[in-house]
Design a protein around this ligand. Sequence first.
Ligand code: CA
Length: 221
Amino acid sequence: MRALLVEDDEDLGEIIRTALTREGDTVDWVKDGQSALSALAAESFDIAILDLGLPKVPGLEVLRTVRHQGNSIPILILTAHEAIEERVQGLDMGADDYMVKPFDLDELSARIRAMRRRDSGRATPIITYKGIQLDPAAHIVHFDNQSFNLPRREFALLQKLLENPGKALSREQLTQSIYSWDEDVDSNALEVHIHNLRKKFGNEVIRTIRGVGYMIEKDGA
Ligand code: CA
């Protein structure tokens, strides 16, 4: 999963980035509201974590603008303990969830998983598809009586595909979902990950859509 972190507090930002990266997520971090708007306009993220007290453009303004543009990315806002009114405003403006500082990092991760689950229209925590069971919390994939501890990008890629059955995802979309913008990416990196996934879960799981990218068939298809 690729997350945009918007937080101007260096220490807190570093802690959150480290925690999410350890969870296997790809994180891009910006430190003001203007950069957040540019990033959201330019790239595709799976979720955004948005501090409300930000330089240049305040968090609530970022939220309002993003929703006004029709962007439905799941957004979790970070607010100060005493800022109840701000929290309420944020939720009413289209934030999906919030955390009050200081917060527990395990709870943050769990809330992010829950947001992502809702976003992909799923009620159950485990993603299942033709014998594959992907557990986002445990970072394990079960298939054919085996448990796979996949490298983090393979895991993220498989999750992205499984969350979008029946939808052709472009190479660019998929690459953006597993690499942050400051990483050098080999031109065939995505193909290598797809190849490795097919080797483990069978060739027929991921379809190549010529000239576009890849997709997983709708279950039962
Ligand atoms: Ca702040």
